[in-house]
Every structure is written in structure tokens, then in C-alpha cells.
Design a protein around this ligand. Structure first.
Ligand code: NAD
Ligand code: 4TP
Length: 334
């Protein structure tokens, strides 16, 4: 089987994304990464870090030699300085995503892996943007996608999907509806099977309130919304447990009972996930018509240009995208 081509968007030009992408030169892992970004930016960052890398325009038929990085050049609006955000380059960051998505949709790429973007500076550029997850859902006309982060722990993989993503905390309770939970859990169930090859996945579902509502004395969402939704889905054959009190659901005995967790909101799930796996974790968008993985960290502006940023998460994102692409191909051929 030929290596699946993974489009790697280099992300916010003032952040650590471009230099992490340079570490993909001579990649010998799974898949074949092609970095999307401004050639001069990548060359400058390589020179700044003293990296001896050949940047080559991507040639599909000719694999990159050791020390060579395949790139697809897309121009910056303005030269970028490490650590200094500039809203003028907001459209450039989105152009990288659009190019990668178009290539995934046409079959040029098997998947995309994204280096971090800075949500604030894209909004400063005048584009309402809450994250790759929502952007790609919108661009592919997908009514609902699910953000899931996953990483390895000493006890095995930890996977945390989110019922709500980039939402102010005050808006979370109203967003948790039975319909949202049902649609979200069906996507998580389907993609744990399809993208991860887990037959009959078991999903642990968190409560929203302290102690999962304490029988209704500390909130009623568990009784009124979450439990009925779980009961309906169990009737369809999904293997669900919960609602679990969120403070103890990340303890090993509880986690041992599931293949993934569904958290009700961003920091309920991702605080535990990042504590346990930061540096090797990845972000996956479930429910999209294309394969998209990402790093588990942000733009880390203070580290940009220092060479101190760890590329482990980007490497894991490229590898996982390649594995998912290989599973998708195997499924089509079966
Ligand atoms: N996938 C993405 O595009 C993505 C993910 C998370 C955050 N963000 C965005 O990034 C920006 C900054 O977010 P933040 O400050 O909350 O999180 P951050 O991940 O950028 O930084 C958090 C801490 O982790 C450190 N860190 C991050 N990546 C590292 C790496 N590869 N190696 C070593 N240390 C690393 C940073 O130095 C900092 O101390 C925000 O705009 C946020 O929305 C984007
Ligand atoms: N919520 C993600 C995290 O904490 O790592 C991050 O903001 C990236 O989200 P997108 O993949 O939607 O950009």
C-alpha cells in the first residue's frame, strides 16, 4: 500500500507551528506529510534554528529524500515575525485550511493534520472563527461534528469527546439537549468503530453538575436530559454508562470501563486529558466527511523561534491521520 499523503497546515505563522512542521523533514513514520505554508517563512524559521533542511515543492511521484521537506507554498500577506501576531495574516491561516480541505475532498490528500492557529487574531482580522472544528464543519456543510482529543497514558489510550466545544461556560447548560447528546453519541460510536476500528465501543458519559446532580439536589440536567438520552440510545444498542460524576470519572477504575469519555464541556474533559497526555495527545474531528487530526496544544507564542517546542503531538497527529486513512482504504476495499 502506498503511504497516504497527509496535508499538514503550518498554522499561525507567529507561533510554533512552522518550526514544528520543519521537524517533519525526512519523516520515516506512517504516511507521507506535505507541509502547507509560506516557503520564505519556513526557510527563515529553519535558518533561525540552524536547521539544515531542503524545502522542496511537493512532487507526488517522487518521495522526499532524507533531510528534505515537501511543501506546498501559499504566500503570507506580510512577513511574519516569531511571537508577534499580525491580523494581516489571518486570511493566510484560513487559506492553508481551505487548500488542505480542497485536497482532501478531491482525493489529492488522504487526510489533513493541522498545526495550531490563534483564534483571537483570526477574529481580529474580521473573520468570526471559534476553531478548526467549527470551521471545517461549516466548510463541509456538516451539521454536527464532534471534537475528540486522545493520547496515550501508562494504562492505555485515553479518549475524550466533547458534547460542546468552544462555548462560553455560561451558555453550556442550555446547549446540552437530549437531541444534541443523541446525535453526538451516535457520531462518537460510529467513528470509534470506523476511524479507530473498535468494535462495539463503550462510552462513559459525564454528568454536568457536581456529583452528577446528587439526585436532583445539585442540578436537574442529569435527570431531565442526560439519563433519558442515554436510555434512548441504549435502546439502539449503544454501550453507554453514566452520567458519571465528572470529578471521579477520570480515575483508573472508572476509565477501565470504557473506550472513550463524553464530557459535557471543553474544560471538564480537556483538563484531565491534557494533564494525562500533553505532548503526545492529538485532536480529531469526528463526523466530518474527511479525516482531520490536530495537535493537542496551541500556538505557544513565547516558544516560537526558540526551538524549545516539542513536536511529539504533531508527529502523533500525522501518524494517527495516516492510520485512519489506511483503515478507510481497507474498509473501501473490503
Ligand atoms: N489546534 C489548535 O489550533 C489549538 C489548540 C489549542 C489552543 N489553540 C490556540 O492557541 C492559542 C494559545 O493557547 P494557550 O496559551 O491556551 O495554549 P498553548 O498550548 O499554546 O500553551 C499552553 C502552555 O503549553 C506550552 N506549550 C504548548 N505547546 C507546546 C509544545 N509543543 N512544546 C512545549 N510546550 C508547549 C506553552 O508554552 C504554554 O506554557 C489560543 O489562541 C488558543 O485558542 C489552538
Ligand atoms: N479545543 C482545542 C484544544 O484545547 O486543544 C483547540 O482549541 C483546538 O480546537 P480546534 O481543533 O477546533 O481548532
Amino acid at each position: 500500500m502506498t503511504a497516504p499523503v497527509i496535508a499538514v497546515t503550518s498554522g499561525e505563522p507567529a507561533g510554533i507551528g512552522p518550526e514544528l512542521c520543519l521537524e517533519l523533514a525526512g519523516w520515516s513514520g506512517e504516511g507521507r506529510p506535505v507541509v502547507l505554508g509560506d516557503r520564505e517563512l519556513l526557510a527563515q524559521r529553519a535558518a533561525m534554528l540552524g536547521l539544515d533542511i531542503v524545502l522542496r515543492d511537493y512532487l507526488p511521484a517522487v518521495p522526499a529524500a532524507p533531510g528534505t521537506l515537501d511543501i506546498i507554498h501559499l504566500p503570507l500577506a506580510k512577513p511574519a515575525e516569531a511571537s508577534i501576531l499580525d491580523a494581516a495574516n489571518g486570511p493566510y491561516v484560513l487559506a492553508l485550511l481551505d487548500r488542505a480541505l480542497a485536497g482532501c475532498q478531491s482525493g489529492e490528500f488522504a487526510a489533513m493534520a493541522t498545526a495550531p492557529v490563534h483564534k483571537g487574531v483570526i477574529n481580529d482580522a474580521g473573520v468570526a472563527f471559534t476553531g478548526h472544528t467549527e470551521y471545517l464543519a461549516d466548510k463541509t456543510d456538516t451539521p454536527l461534528v464532534v471534537m475528540m482529543l486522545a493520547g496515550d497514558t501508562e494504562r492505555g489510550p485515553l479518549r475524550v469527546a466533547l458534547a460542546t466545544t468552544h462555548l462560553p461556560l455560561k451558555d453550556v447548560p442550555a446547549a446540552i439537549t437530549g437531541e444534541l447528546l443523541e446525535r453526538t453519541l451516535r457520531i462518537v460510536d460510529a467513528d470509534l468503530s470506523g476511524k479507530y476500528g473498535i468494535a462495539e465501543p463503550r462510552i462513559l458519559v459525564a454528568g454536568l453538575n457536581p456529583h452528577a446532580g446528587e439526585g436532583g439536589y445539585l442540578g436537574r440536567e442529569e435527570i431531565d436530559i442526560i439519563e433519558p438520552a442515554l436510555a434512548r440510545l441504549r435502546g439502539e444498542g449503544l454501550q453507554l454508562s453514566g452520567p458519571h460524576p465528572a470529578d471521579t470519572m477520570f480515575t483508573p477504575p472508572v476509565l477501565a470501563g470504557g473506550d472513550a469519555v463524553l464530557a459535557m464541556y471543553h474544560d471538564q474533559g480537556l483538563t484531565a486529558l491534557k494533564y494525562a497526555t500533553f505532548g503526545n495527545g492529538i485532536n480529531v474531528t469526528l463526523g466530518l466527511p474527511i479525516i482531520r487530526t490536530s495537535v493537542d496544544h496551541g500556538t505557544a507564542l513565547a516558544l516560537a523561534g526558540t526551538g524549545q517546542a516539542d513536536a511529539g503531538s504533531l508527529f502523533a497527529a500525522v501518524s494517527e491521520a495516516a492510520r485512519m486513512a489506511q483503515r478507510a482504504t481497507a474498509r473501501k476495499q473490503a
